[in-house]
Write a protein that binds this ligand. Sequence first.
Ligand code: PMP
Length: 407
Amino acid sequence: MTTSAPVLPPVDFTARLAGRAQRMTASAIREILKITQEPDVISFAGGLPAPELFPLEDVRRATDTVLTRYGPAALQYSTTEGHLPLREWIAARAGITPAHVQIVTGSQQGLDLLGKILIDEGDVVLVEAPTYLGALQSFQPYGPRYVELPTDEHGIDTDALEEVLQSQPAKLLYAVPNFQNPTGRTLSLERRRRLLELTAQYGVLVLEDDPYGKLRFTGEDLPSLYELGLERAGGDPERSHVIYSSSFSKTLVPGLRDAWVQAARPLIEKLVQAKQGADLHTPTLNQMIVAELVQDVLPRQIETVKRAYGERARDMVARIQEHFPPEVSFTTPEGGMFLWVTVPEGLDTVPLLAQAVARKVAFVPGSPFYALGGGANTMRLSYSSATPEQIGTGIRALGETIRAAMD
Ligand code: PMP
């Protein structure tokens, strides 16, 4: 039978998108990175945890154990708040109760849900310049007005923060105080204290995003903003204005999508409602696997990852010193996965990337990490999944690319 259905015109979905969808932008990086994915290009762009370090056998064993122990319950729907033994483990380490902990499906989901419950259109959100691009993407649909905070080698400039707060009310300050993505910088202890004082004084909530804090390979651990906030609050989580987000992605594996948010109870209760609407709960089996691994495997894994990233970071810094022109400056991270390079004013790292790819090396241009634009002469390099050979060859090629562009 033949039908002669009329040819329908295409539906114009674009015109019907909600305002918040129209505010969403394709990740500038994703577009740019497409050209870096040719197999023979050495990529310092991706920022993936090192896959050869993943504890595959431990995950296999833990999966088996939880399937045996919990049976069908491991594959059943479960509570929105998250697997209680995992929340208990997190809470015990933080000196809070499980009621202050919400498990989320990757800290990226935490950022989205926090944006959803905290940001009204036009609310001022203070962000580091530069900041984590994924947070900007998460918050963007909710219509924030970003105000950038200048940073230096010790993180956010708290004098500048004070000036900003004197001039306008703000809802939220979002920061990555440890080994920041993208710069690798760490906020000093003195500035952590000052940031908390100022935000408390001006009634600004603090969202501390800390996926890298446990990955310090040199220097002394610093207390988190959350810990300092709790201390200021006399140990009472209900009196702290800090919301803390962390993840098992960088310390264990990212693919299980297990992360968490810690905060005062009213905030967590609202987060539970938001999460119900988003995905009901984080996958039950994944949470059980992680809970099985936190006691023995996680501490060991953190040591393994720190050692490897420490070596890779030192190697990359040494190669940069050897191969980059002296006019180029860069950060020397004490942990995490990234370092940040500033090439001379006037160079633009977007066209530079095409020239670098021609020499078989790739990085991420820095400008997308600035909420309000700028940073054309910056780039992010990731050393987390690079071999010594790739670091040697890639950094030499990148040095040549920069020199050629400076001529
Ligand atoms: N925050 C920061 C600062 C990150 O760098 C990342 C990962 N790139 C995330 C959050 C998201 O991590 P996940 O969703 O895997 O927990």
